[in-house]
Design a protein around this ligand. Structure first.
Ligand SMILES: [Fe+2]
Length: 316
């Protein structure tokens, strides 16, 4: 990140937030346990992944898992949204999460091909852009630049950071055409009515989600959607009147037993919130299985998914 971008980010997020995130990023690289919601982070455990990778190779399952990881399921989810302003009825939101774009060469183009022809008004990317790229993020940059042009739509492309994403990736993601929301909100205005989109920094590992900061410019009693990487702050979101909570992070297990039974979910919340659609105190929610793969580029009994949420109004 150049000095100019860093200064911009300092002004936007504040030194305290940047300082905490940079310190935690060092922990992220070196620690397997001890920080964040759910204290075990298997994705930071190279010996575990190496062993699993070896097992898949030896058993001949790796190619099958890789093939599975590239067979994207396209799902439509109809959302009941209390108090939805009339111009947003029928709004179609494309959600892609856990892209881990540098995890497979050409993944950005493959996802772009999979979304081509889909009908959507708004696109949200709910974190974990990165797989393992560091330094100047050459691979990530190539993949994101191959993907984002295919996501352009009338209300824009918004994103949040996940637990795999580093703060220094912000300029490259935004240069590709994604507006990141880091404890920030934006109003979508259609025919004089607003629908607010709020995005939080990662709650799972960094614990730097800040509802108050994110909502400081959002008027009370307005229709609002929350983007947060993990489904771990659901009660707090419901208290703040969000009509829809969109998350990812769990990969729905990614490597599952037959029947889609997850072995690991890596989220500190009840299992009912870790995959697919759910509700909480009148708030609709969806935790996507993700379009990419992390740790090992393979999936079993848990296809990668591309989701389109269609908003419908509901009685208050
Ligand atoms: Fe992820």
């Amino acid at each position: 990140m150049d000095q100019h971008s860093f200064n911009d980010l300092r002004q936007r997020l504040g030194d305290e937030h940047i300082g905490k995130r940079l310190r935690a990023q060092v922990d992220h690289i070196v620690n397997v346990t001890g920080r964040g919601l759910g204290a075990f982070h298997y994705e930071n455990l190279p010996p575990f992944l190496q062993l699993l990778d070896l097992f898949l190779k030896v058993s001949g399952l790796k190619k099958i898992g890789q093939r599975n990881a590239l067979q994207f399921a396209v799902r439509e989810n109809h959302v009941l949204f209390p108090g939805l302003p009339e111009p947003f009825r029928g709004l179609r939101i494309l959600q892609l999460t856990d892209l881990h774009l540098d995890g497979y060469p050409g993944l950005g183009s493959l996802i772009a091909r999979a979304v081509a022809g889909l009908d959507f008004d708004l696109c949200v990317l709910t974190g974990d852009f990165r797989f393992s790229d560091t330094g100047i993020y050459r691979h990530l940059t190539e993949e994101i630049n191959a993907l984002v042009p295919s996501l352009q739509c009338r209300l824009g492309v918004f994103g949040i950071l996940g637990n795999h994403d580093f703060i220094e990736m912000v300029p490259l993601i935004e240069a590709a055409g994604v507006r990141l929301l880091i404890n920030e909100s934006v109003a979508l205005n259609v025919h004089g009515e607003n629908l607010w989109v709020t995005g939080l920094d990662d709650a799972h590992f960094y614990g730097l989600h800040d509802f108050d900061k994110a909502l400081q410019d959002v008027p009370d009693e307005t229709a609002r959607i929350l983007l947060v990487h993990s489904p771990e702050v659901i009660p707090e979101a419901a208290e703040r009147g969000f009509g829809l909570y969109l998350a990812g992070h769990t990969h729905a297990g990614q490597i599952c037993l037959p029947g889609g039974i997850p072995i690991l979910l890596n989220a500190n919340c009840k299992r009912q919130y870790t995959s697919g659609r759910w509700g909480f105190n009148g708030m609709s929610g969806y935790t996507s299985a993700g379009v990419g793969s992390s740790g090992i580029f393979a999936r079993f009994f848990c296809p990668p998914e591309i989701v389109i949420h269609v908003l419908q109004s509901a009685a208050l």
